[in-house]
Design a protein around this ligand. Structure first.
Ligand SMILES: *[C@@H]1O[C@H](CO)[C@@H](O)[C@H](O)[C@H]1NC(C)=O
Ligand SMILES: *[C@@H]1O[C@H](CO)[C@@H](O)[C@H](O)[C@H]1NC(C)=O
Ligand SMILES: *[C@@H]1O[C@H](CO)[C@@H](O)[C@H](O)[C@H]1NC(C)=O
Ligand SMILES: *[C@@H]1O[C@H](CO)[C@@H](O)[C@H](O)[C@H]1NC(C)=O
Ligand SMILES: *[C@@H]1O[C@H](CO)[C@@H](O)[C@H](O)[C@H]1NC(C)=O
Ligand SMILES: *[C@@H]1O[C@H](CO)[C@@H](O)[C@H](O)[C@H]1NC(C)=O
Ligand SMILES: *[C@@H]1O[C@H](CO)[C@@H](O)[C@H](O)[C@H]1NC(C)=O
Ligand SMILES: *[C@@H]1O[C@H](CO)[C@@H](O)[C@H](O)[C@H]1NC(C)=O
Length: 526
């Protein structure tokens, strides 16, 4: 048990987990911050440890255990029955009683039932049995983390990841590891290294592509998946499915733990908010605005990568904890870049817990001009939607390569970036706003999505802004952006914002902090 203790300690430093499955019209989403108090359905050797981990096997030989999300999900489109896109990610750890030898392994699966009573342990991983292995009536999709080579199933080695349909002979498999984002070189990982690792499983309902990636915990998802194949899961899955994990021991016993199901989130910091990793490449604004670095300006794909990283970080703050955490100071200079240009939200100096709608912090406005939503300026109350507003401004900033508020050359006032982008959209020239330094070298669909989403998020009416969960689904392409016209996003400035007396006199802190600013600038847009 010594190993387990060590493993659990490592885990508790870095983990807070959530899971979700996003779907186009029905959103089946579930969130686990660890498994304590969750209602997972379990069988066999599966238990939830006092630390909140799902431990599938318990160190006894020739046994199996399963853990399921308790309610069934519908992954098919109601209109035509095709299985829609989904994303699942989870963190696991395997602890063997030997350093270089382990029990058979574990799997994530999607199955028609939670009744796995007839399945076998050992090489069957608790998924199938001698009679039904490979039979299409199993309606089973699985991703195996296999640590023993079973010749019968044509296993490539004793340390591989495989995509399985209806049986243990994998459709695709490869050595456990990942392709380095920069060099493209393959990095081996040892599944039984007693280190926590993360797996991502993505299915695109349109292209029928299945991607599986593996990486050490705290690494963001590798750009190139470990396994990629095209297989129409509509021909496999039942209408209603259960999602779960399975593990099995054979002659050798081991512990197989799932530490949580995570959606597309990067590494997490757990001292709650005040600590963040040192990021060797400094903050993002340097790359956007420092002329010395112009030559090395961020490419579009780097920007898009950063945008997704920050979006999932923010989603995590808003929805990944028991309490909602509001960042309150989202801007380019607070986005820190890791060596591999992954964005990470830093500087939580202003972050506050927000108790589901009953925020108390309303004494003075904090944040940065240009990123403050009208209602924040008006009431002094930060909320998740004031973060969304700032995130919208950040999207425009990163895509256009311009500050949210710019002083005009002749000193004749200011230009608000969001206004300018909106005007171009009205004029049919939206893409003209994309940063010229990219020299036209960008993905037009992505940039258009980000610009429109930026305007949507920085809408002056909080109710018109999407939540971060929705934002992440738009960015991931899981859900299309609603058809918008520029008029949906243009509006008259709320009357109260035009009233000079409003705000300025009742919030002296604001004036002290930012100097006098026009109501138009405060509205962050329009
Ligand atoms: C688990 O189920 C119980 C009873 O149905 C319910 O009260 C509780 O909220 C559920 N817990 C979670 C985390 O879903
Ligand atoms: C593992 O689980 C099995 C079945 O639930 C049980 O019989 C066995 O005693 C357990 N082993 C340990 C080490 O807890
Ligand atoms: C099934 O319906 C969905 C949504 O209604 C649509 O996006 C998809 O293209 C359809 N697929 C087929 C094969 O008709
Ligand atoms: C599970 O399946 C087995 C074999 O089909 C059956 O005998 C058993 O009753 C089922 N258990 C439950 C709880 O439905
Ligand atoms: C597959 O399973 C079905 C249903 O259990 C059974 O009728 C059929 O004979 C099996 N096929 C094979 C090839 O074993
Ligand atoms: C699979 O990975 C490739 C390469 O990164 C990517 O282009 C594709 O969109 C991915 N598909 C899914 C379903 O995630
Ligand atoms: C980040 O820093 C590393 C090491 O200092 C350097 O090799 C890399 O080029 C930098 N990345 C960017 C985007 O400047
Ligand atoms: C949009 O078109 C109007 C009318 O032609 C023009 O005055 C305005 O400058 C244009 N806006 C931008 C941002 O190009």
């Amino acid at each position: 048990m010594l190993f387990l203790v060590r493993l659990l300690l490592i885990m508790s430093l870095g983990l807070n987990l959530e899971a979700s499955i996003a779907a186009a019209d029905i959103v089946d989403q579930f969130v686990y911050s660890g498994f304590s108090g969750s209602n997972l359905t379990m069988d066999g050797t599966a238990t939830i440890t006092s630390d909140g981990f799902l431990q599938l096997s318990n160190g006894t030989a020739y046994l199996k255990g399963h853990g399921f999300h308790p309610s069934p999900l519908r992954l098919r489109e109601s209109s035509n029955g095709t299985v829609r896109s989904f994303s699942v990610t989870f963190v696991f750890g395997i602890v063997s009683s030997y350093a270089d030898f382990s029990a058979h392994g574990m799997a994530f699966f999607i199955a028609p039932t939670t009744n796995f009573s007839t399945t076998l342990p050992a090489k069957y991983l608790g998924l199938t049995n001698v009679q039904n292995n490979g039979n299409a009536s199993n309606r089973l999709f699985a991703v195996e983390l296999d640590t023993i080579q079973s010749v019968e199933f044509k296993d490539i080695n004793a340390n591989h990841v495989g995509i399985d349909i209806n049986g243990l002979e994998s459709l695709r498999s490869y050595n456990a590891g990942y392709y380095d984002d920069k060099s493209g070189a393959f990095q081996n990982l040892k599944l039984i290294s007693r280190q926590a690792m993360q797996v991502w499983v993505d299915y695109n309902g349109k292209t029928k592509q299945i991607n599986v990636s593996l990486a050490p915990l705290r690494m963001t998802r590798p750009l190139r998946p470990l396994l990629s194949t095209v297989y129409d899961l509509s021909t496999v899955l039942t209408d209603v499915v259960y999602l779960g994990f399975s593990a099995a021991t054979g002659r050798v016993n081991s512990l197989h733990c799932v530490l949580g199901w995570v959606r597309d989130h990067g590494p997490r910091k757990d001292e709650l908010l005040l600590v963040y990793a040192y990021m060797p490449n400094g903050s993002l604004d340097k790359y956007l605005y420092d002329s010395d670095l112009c030559k090395g300006t961020l490419t579009w794909s780097q920007r898009f990568h950063v945008i997704k990283g920050v979006a999932s970080g923010l989603l995590y703050l808003h929805e990944g904890w028991e309490k909602v955490v509001i960042h309150r100071d989202i801007k380019a200079s607070n986005v820190l870049l890791a060596k591999d240009t992954n964005g990470q939200l830093g500087d939580f100096g202003l972050a506050r817990l927000y108790d589901h709608g009953t925020d108390t912090q309303s004494t003075h406005v904090v944040g940065t001009m240009g990123y403050l939503s009208p209602e924040l300026v008006r009431t002094g109350k930060a909320s998740p939607l004031t973060d969304v507003f700032a995130f919208g401004v950040f999207l425009l900033e990163l895509t256009c390569g311009q500050k949210p508020i710019k002083e005009n050359v002749q000193g004749s006032g200011h230009t608000v970036l969001a206004d300018w982008v909106l005007q171009h959209w009205c004029n049919g020239s939206l893409m003209v706003t994309v940063d010229r330094r990219l020299q036209g070298d960008y993905n037009v669909e992505e940039a258009e999505l980000v610009l429109k989403l930026g305007l949507m998020c920085s809408h002056p009416f909080p109710n018109a802004r999407p939540g971060m969960g929705q934002v992440v689904r738009y960015l991931d392409g899981v859900v299309p952006l609603p058809e918008l016209t520029p008029t949906d996003l243009s509006f008259d400035m709320p009357a109260m914002m035009q009233n000079k007396e409003f705000g300025m006199s009742s919030y002296p802190d604001l004036v002290t902090s930012f100097g006098t600013i026009s109501s138009r600038e405060i509205s962050g847009g329009r």
